[in-house]
Design a protein around this ligand. Sequence first.
Ligand SMILES: Cc1ncc(C[n+]2csc(CCOP(=O)(O)OP(=O)(O)O)c2C)c(N)n1
Length: 261
Amino acid sequence: MITNNIRKSILHMVHYSRSSHVGTCLSMVELLYVLYYKVLNIDPSNPQLVERDKFVLSKGHGGAALYATLAERGFFPKSYLDRYYINNGLLPGHLDMEAVPGIETSAGSLGHGLSIGLGMAIANRQSHNPGKVYVIVGDGECNEGSIWEAVMLASTLQLSNLTVIVDYNKLQSFGWTNEVINQENMAERWKSFGWETFEIDGHDINEIEQTLKTSHKGPKAIIAHTVKGKGVSFMENKLEWHYKSPNDEELLLAFKELGDV
Ligand SMILES: Cc1ncc(C[n+]2csc(CCOP(=O)(O)OP(=O)(O)O)c2C)c(N)n1
């Protein structure tokens, strides 16, 4: 199963590099899988195709998940994943668009990806380029004011070529998202800013695909309910896995759960 392979790559990468953000990455595996295998018009052998769809991972601290998905999809050899977040490595911990083919924008400082995606969508409209733009933002990331500036402009311009997925895993780096800054009724908030809004299970592959393929006249927001750390029971909904990397024993346990050992 491809989603399992992506999860195993992520676990391997954070374990080997002893780095953070494993929960962040595991939360969006199904979202990335559906985008890269069922939705995006992309060609791994020609990543600069002018009319391609573009994906922006705004929560760039989850870079390992995108690197793992791109490697799985054939943008670059899987062996590159061994060079994640290490000295003299190839793949920086926060996304680097110069590192490997297939990454549309660097990210890590939260709150910028949606504005960048908005700019891409405007440029495509102006140049009659049919390429669509998809952006994943984190729920904690939605604390950033710049997100809402982009949200307002996108609906003013009725950008039907722009889709945002909020990876609504309810946790951020300091605790439960709604206890840091309350964002209850997340879907209503996006709707009130003029976006066509959907609320889905962010781990249900069919629901993700159907919702992404639903046509829309203005910008589309998909509030995807997810679980931080999804797929590894002892990491699910646990704040500490924003920071910790699994030790040898934990890695083995995680792989067992994923049916590998
Ligand atoms: C501008 C900015 N401020 C703060 C941080 C530190 N930071 C890294 S991850 C994070 C929380 C992100 O939470 P969320 O968007 O919900 O993503 P998750 O990891 O839960 O998927 C914060 C505040 C940052 N990277 N950029």
